[in-house]
Design a protein around this ligand. Structure first.
Ligand SMILES: Nc1nc2c(c(=O)[nH]1)N[C@H]1C(S)=C(S)[C@@H](COP(=O)(O)OP(=O)(O)OC[C@H]3O[C@@H](n4cnc5c(=O)[nH]c(N)nc54)[C@H](O)[C@@H]3O)O[C@H]1N2
Ligand SMILES: Nc1nc2c(c(=O)[nH]1)N[C@H]1C(S)=C(S)[C@@H](COP(=O)(O)OP(=O)(O)OC[C@H]3O[C@@H](n4cnc5c(=O)[nH]c(N)nc54)[C@H](O)[C@@H]3O)O[C@H]1N2
Ligand SMILES: [Mo]
Length: 767
């Protein structure tokens, strides 16, 4: 009765439809879309069962994003959003990819398919392998798969093996996985965080002594002012909109800074409140600054200048002198650097008028508790780390740390990306972490830094990687410079993908390749002598809590991620290895006991994670207004003004998510809020730019990027005239990743410059 058959057709880019963009997010339509996707993929019973358990205390953590659940007792009966529901529908689907699928589709054919088509085929049901000279993947038993991995890893050296992690991986898996890599002798642990919020950690660690945010959900509700910068919450963190509306109800103000007038920033109809279902909905942003891509550093410097000028006019009203003197260093140099502002350069960089910036400065000066939230619009540019340090400066000036309603809020992406880093998924582990690991296991572990994700791309291309293991994710499509990354992956001897669904990384495989199917968040994990297991995750606000799936897995051959890692370790390291991998795979309490002794903040993990709301990890800035930097003080920093300027005839391209995808997983072809549907190879540009460049709305063009004298080309993209800031353009990831040169990275974090690509359009004969 429901459409459980595989999707057969692929995207017809010619079917593009364009409507006027929406001005507010969610509402009844969102609920209808969400339920429709669930029913089509999983049927009534599974949809009801999964929707009732998402983000509930005895249920599973929504795989959609890292936005926290409320820890008060007012948790709503259905704590999910349209896009969380789509993520769940995608995972709980009853469509399957079994041996017949692999037999019917040679890899060469799969290579021509879109991510949308590949992901739509369903959940992978058993392990498959492809060996040198073969054209198709075919089934392999689990023991043979582990033996094959052992053969390859033993035949090479640890520094030629790479272990990638995607941010859905739970704490228990992540801890085991890093332990395995380090037991082998390598810190080659790149993860999706390298491509995501790495710049945030690189800015926060040296300035406030912790690489994470410093606010709770309650702080957002209580803030006087929330800046939402470089973020599209209506699509990517929909539950955040409820928090912003709550802040406004309590008298707070919201300022959005974005090159695009994103629907959720402008207005919100809460599908979980009666008013949102029937009424006109709530306004979200009081002010909207349509900034040029990459102009934020200039904006924050100008705001810093204006705050200090306001303090000079009425001393003691803006700067938190007591805090600045006692708890920070570097204020004098900061104040000196902000004494003057080049308004001409600021207006050129931001595309904003001085009056617009002054209006926001006034709101900041008047606010006693300010929070700055940001996401990828600020992390994926060459000067990202400086931009984020400038946010820290602004917050420090007014003492916005460790007081209610104030702080820094990097809004994380993947539901456990923050937890994975806490568990040691990091190519640059600290000495403290390695020492604690050594004390716990009585073994030596490596200290040399390993490859992060861009480093991995370079090593792959240079033929320096023999074995590439991927715990979830889709490295090929997530990374920059697709053609080069693909060539690099194909140079490896073995690629191993622990996956739920087919994706393009599976077709850019090494000479031998394995796909190992695993349980997802929604699946019950009960094939253990100790009985049913749960895992745990850490959200964007450092709350750690349990997650337990309830759905019957689509196949009896799926293994849980911790089991796969432990069996891989056993096969590679041998049964005599001093770490008891088997015990950890059988009972995850054993893993958590190890974690509780290695990682600060996890004391008594097994008891506390079973508490009603889990537990909150310590944060010195938030808890005690202290800063664990070298000097024991928060640090003001000074950065030169920098922004992105395109040469004549060029634009600055940012790459982003549509409303109908989860990173490289394309759910559907409806970017509903932006009014773009049925096609994905589109590039949004300002109508005035199009007129001056001599291109037309809906014209078919090649998009050519330029970087350091190299060019990359994305063929046959359709231009859509769109109200983005002037001089800027936008296209969807992953289709546009071919344009992002691998050397275009953020200084200090090496995150690819996905939102800083210089491009031009070129005419096509069929345009
Ligand atoms: N449904 C859904 N949810 C998701 C994801 C998903 O793909 N789908 N992905 C998850 C992941 S891993 C992550 S990291 C997050 C990503 O969450 P977001 O960061 O919201 O994701 P993007 O789509 O990259 O959107 C970036 C936003 O920044 C703006 N922007 C671009 N350049 C600039 C700039 O220079 N300055 C400013 N001020 N703004 C700029 C863009 O216009 C856009 O609104 O979402 C998570 N949640
Ligand atoms: N141009 C451009 N590129 C970007 C970005 C951008 O904004 N612009 N954003 C970057 C960001 S923020 C991120 S986080 C990365 C994302 O990079 P990744 O995390 O590598 O990519 P995903 O698309 O999230 O991974 C999807 C795959 O994960 C597998 N999967 C899903 N659930 C599970 C599970 O429970 N277990 C396991 N083992 N596998 C599972 C499925 O097989 C699916 O195909 O992309 C980055 N790339
Ligand atoms: Mo991300």
């Amino acid at each position: 009765m429901f459409a459980q058959k595989p999707v057969v057709g692929d995207i017809d880019e010619g079917a593009l439809e364009v409507h006027a963009p929406k001005t507010d997010a969610a509402g009844v339509k969102a609920v209808r879309v969400a339920l429709g996707r669930g029913l089509a993929q999983a049927g009534v019973a599974r949809t009801v069962r999964s929707m009732l358990r998402v983000n509930q205390r005895d249920g599973f953590d929504c795989p959609g994003c890292a936005w926290p659940e409320s820890i008060t007792d007012r948790r709503k009966p259905a704590e999910f959003c349209e896009n969380g529901a789509k993520a769940i529908a995608e995972e709980s689907t009853l469509r399957t990819v079994g041996p017949e699928f692999w037999a019917a589709h040679p890899v060469a054919e799969l290579g021509g398919r879109s991510e949308f088509w590949l992901g739509s085929q369903g959940r992978i049901t058993e392990p498959v392998v492809i060996r040198p000279g073969e054209t198709h993947y075919s089934p392999i038993s689990w023991p043979d798969a582990f033996a094959l991995i052992a053969d390859h890893i033993r035949a090479t050296t640890p520094e030629r093996c790479v272990f990638y992690t995607s941010g859905r991986t739970a704490n228990e898996t992540a801890f085991l996985y890093q332990l395995f890599a380090r037991s082998l002798g390598t810190n080659n642990l790149p993860d999706c965080s390298n491509m995501c919020h790495e710049s945030s950690g690189a800015a926060l660690n040296p300035t406030i002594g912790i690489g994470k945010g410093t606010v709770s959900l309650e702080d957002i509700h209580r803030a006087d002012l929330v800046l939402v910068v470089g973020q599209n919450p209506g699509t990517n963190h929909p539950r955040m909109l409820s928090a912003l509306v709550e802040a406004r109800k309590n008298g707070g103000k919201v300022v959005a800074v974005n090159p695009l007038p994103e629907a959720g920033l402008l207005g919100f109809k809460d599908p979980q409140s009666a008013a949102g279902l029937v009424g006109g909905g709530a306004k979200v942003a009081d002010e909207f600054l349509k900034i040029r891509v990459g102009g934020d550093l200039a904006l924050f410097q100008a705001l810093g200048h204006l705050l200090l000028a306001a303090e000079e006019r009425s001393p003691g009203t803006v700067v938190d002198r007591a805090f600045v003197e006692a708890q920070t260093e570097g204020f004098e140099a900061y104040a000196a650097a902000r004494a003057a502002v080049d308004w001409e350069a600021t207006e050129r960089a931001t595309g904003l008028s001085r009056a617009q910036i002054e209006a926001v400065a006034q709101m900041m000066a008047a606010s006693k508790a300010t929070i700055v939230c940001w996401a990828l619009g600020l992390t994926q540019q060459p000067h990202s780390v400086d931009t984020l340090k400038e946010i820290v400066n602004l917050l420090l000036v007014q003492g916005n740390f460790g007081t209610p309603g104030a702080g820094a809020c990097p809004v994380r992406g993947h539901s456990n990306v923050q937890g994975d880093r806490t568990m040691g998924i990091w190519e640059k582990p600290t000495e403290k972490f390695i020492a604690a690991l050594e004390a716990e296991f009585g073994l030596p572990f490596p200290r040399d830094h390993g490859f992060e994700s861009v480093g991995t791309q370079h090593a792959l291309e240079a033929g320096e990687v023999d074995v590439f293991v991927s715990m979830g994710g889709n490295f090929l499509s997530a990374a920059s410079d697709t053609a080069h990354t693909m060539a690099g992956l194909k140079r490896t001897g073995l690629t191993v993908h622990v996956s739920t669904k087919p994706n393009r990384s599976h077709v850019a495989h090494g000479r031998t390749s394995l796909i190992l199917p695993t349980l997802g968040r929604t699946d019950v994990d009960d094939k253990h002598p100790a009985g049913r297991q749960f895992v745990s995750v850490e959200d964007s606000m450092s709350v750690v809590h349990a997650s337990q799936g309830r759905l019957r897995p689509v196949s009896e051959h799926l293994l849980a991620e911790p089991v796969i890692v432990a069996r891989m370790a056993q096969a590679v390291l041998g049964d005599a290895h001093p770490i008891d991998w088997r015990a950890m795979a059988e009972d995850y309490d054993v893993i958590r006991d190890h974690i509780s002794r290695v990682i600060p903040g996890f004391e008594d993990y097994n008891t506390r994670v079973r508490g009603r709301n889990g537990f909150v990890l310590p944060s010195p800035p938030r808890d005690t207004r202290t800063f664990a930097t070298e000097a024991g003080k928060a640090r003001f920093t000074v950065s030169p003004l920098e922004y992105l300027e395109a040469p004549e005839g060029h634009l600055i391209l940012q790459t982003l998510r549509s409303h109908d995808q989860y990173n490289t997983t394309v759910y559907g072809l409806d970017d509903r809020y932006r009014g773009i549907s049925n096609a994905r190879k589109v590039v949004l540009a300002n109508p005035e730019d199009l007129a001056s460049l001599g291109f037309a709305d809906r014209e078919l063009v090649d998009v050519v990027s330029v970087f350091n004298g190299d060019e990359r080309r994305a063929e046959a993209f359709r231009i859509v005239a769109y109200p983005t800031a002037k001089g800027c353009a936008a296209a969807y990831f992953p289709e546009a990743n071919v344009l992002v040169h691998k050397d275009l990275v953020a200084r200090g974090s090496n995150t690819p410059g996905y939102k800083a690509v210089t491009i031009r359009f070129e005419k096509r004969s069929d345009g």
